[in-house]
Ligand binder design. Structure first.
Ligand SMILES: N[C@@H](CCC(=O)N[C@@H](CS)C(=O)NCC(=O)O)C(=O)O
Length: 204
């Protein structure tokens, strides 16, 4: 059986994307909590040896490190034939949503969330304004992608849903009011059997 081990932190939406995918796919795996708020050099040595940027998420697959959340999600879908990886069409849709997420909604939301953190340095008002304008477009495009489906992948969630979930789970924290389609999708995501809180995905 393939050995899987995930390194992550509950404050990392990128790590949550992968933890959710493993959970939804029912893939057994070990987890190591990596303190991303501590200086990189204090992180576990095995993690530093395997993670080129000392960033989470990192997934070891039979000891082989895979980094970058999108690449990890694609690896999971393809290798195990899950979450869209069951068909060429599902995989293509997953790739499309992953590229869109990384460039658009997954760029805006983490910045808006970070800007509101207690003790954070915030962002200049015109940058916040720019992110909010971009996010309006992202929310409209999210609605197009979702269509009538409960999930972005249709009747069942796929890697694209996991990717968007990473930071869409924290709309309140980002100071964003969900549009109706986002709210409907968030409710469907929260109702999934494999859904967990970030702290449950990565216990300290
Ligand atoms: N593009 C990367 C982003 C990874 C990333 O930014 N990880 C952050 C947490 S969300 C991290 O590990 N930060 C710790 C550091 O930079 O020292 C991905 O998709 O995996």
């Amino acid at each position: 059986m393939t050995q899987l081990h995930l390194y992550g932190h509950p404050d990392s939406g990128h790590a949550c994307k992968v933890a959710l995918a493993l959970s939804l796919a029912g893939l057994d795996h070990g987890v190591t909590f990596v303190d991303i708020h501590a200086p990189p050099e204090t992180r576990p040595t095995d993690f530093l040896d395997a993670s080129p940027f000392a960033e989470v998420p990192l997934l070891l697959i039979d000891g082989t490190p895979v980094f970058q959340s999108g690449a990890i999600l694609l690896e999971i879908a393809q290798r195990f034939g899950v979450l869209g990886g069951e068909s060429p069409e599902g995989l293509r849709l997953g790739r499309e949503i992953l590229m869109w997420e990384a460039n658009r909604i997954g760029m805006c939301l983490p910045q808006l969330k970070a800007a509101r953190l207690d003790g954070g340095e915030g962002l200049p008002a015109d940058v916040i304004c720019w992110l909010r304008v971009r996010l309006e477009t992202d929310c409209a495009n999210f609605a197009r992608l979702l269509g009538e489906g409960p999930f972005l992948h249709g009747a069942a969630p796929g890697i694209g849903d996991c990717a968007v979930w990473g930071y869409a789970q924290w709309l309140d924290e980002a100071g964003v009011t969900p549009t109706a389609p986002l709210e409907r999708w968030i409710d469907a995501m929260r109702g999934l059997d494999g859904m967990k809180t970030p702290a449950a995905f990565f216990p300290a």
